[in-house]
Ligand binder design. Structure first.
Ligand code: HEM
Length: 161
């Protein structure tokens, strides 16, 4: 394979795999957000409040990017029998993303008013519910790949036929 072909394949594969690449950001950042928010609620003076704001904003941007890339990657299956299982994953994911977008708007307004709600029990409850939805999104997304082989290119020689 020439280097031009190798580069072309790398770019094509990266575009095709964009959703699998993107999903790690919201999962890692928003789960860490939930743990740190619980810590901030238990220890209000810990100095972690600003870190949780950063995690919320970057994690939510990651969730929106994962949602957009997911919608793009499911298009080839729109008219197939797999559409149903994909839809289950889609709704868990959209619910999680919508909740974190709402939480970001809520917190942004409260910060502008000078009383960051990030250390409140009600914010922790919202983040915990969002993390539950995100867990369902991740579990159902994994099923699409590992149970249904969606968007899998190679075949694992160790698994046989
Ligand atoms: C917060 C948003 C989302 C998260 C966290 C998420 C998470 C995941 C995860 C963890 C996987 C398995 C990836 C792998 O093992 O490589 C996956 C696969 C998949 N997801 Fe999502 N997802 C999201 C949104 C969506 C949306 C809105 C759709 C639209 C239908 C979608 C469609 C798919 C499809 C078709 C796959 C199969 C493999 C692939 O194309 O990567 N996802 N998702």
């Amino acid at each position: 394979m020439t280097w031009e072909n190798a580069l072309g394949k790398l770019i094509a594969d990266t575009i095709e795999d964009l959703h699998s690449i993107m999903v790690h950001f919201p999962i890692a950042l928003l789960v860490l957000l939930a743990a740190l928010t619980a810590y901030v609620v238990l220890r209000p003076g810990s100095g972690m409040l600003q870190t949780t704001w950063l995690l919320l904003v970057v994690g939510t941007i990651g969730a929106v990017a994962a949602t957009v890339s997911g919608v793009v990657s499911h298009f080839p299956y729109e008219e197939t029998d797999l559409h149903g299982v994909i839809e289950t994953h889609q709704w868990w994911s959209i619910a999680a993303t919508a909740l974190f977008v709402a939480a970001t708007i809520w917190r942004s307004i409260s910060r502008r008013r000078g009383s960051d709600c990030g250390g409140s029990v009600s914010f922790l409850v919202v983040v915990a519910v969002g993390t539950g939805l995100l867990a369902m999104s991740g579990l159902t997304g994994g099923d699409l790949v590992f149970d249904h082989g969606i968007n899998v290119r190679g075949v694992n020689p160790l698994l046989g036929q």
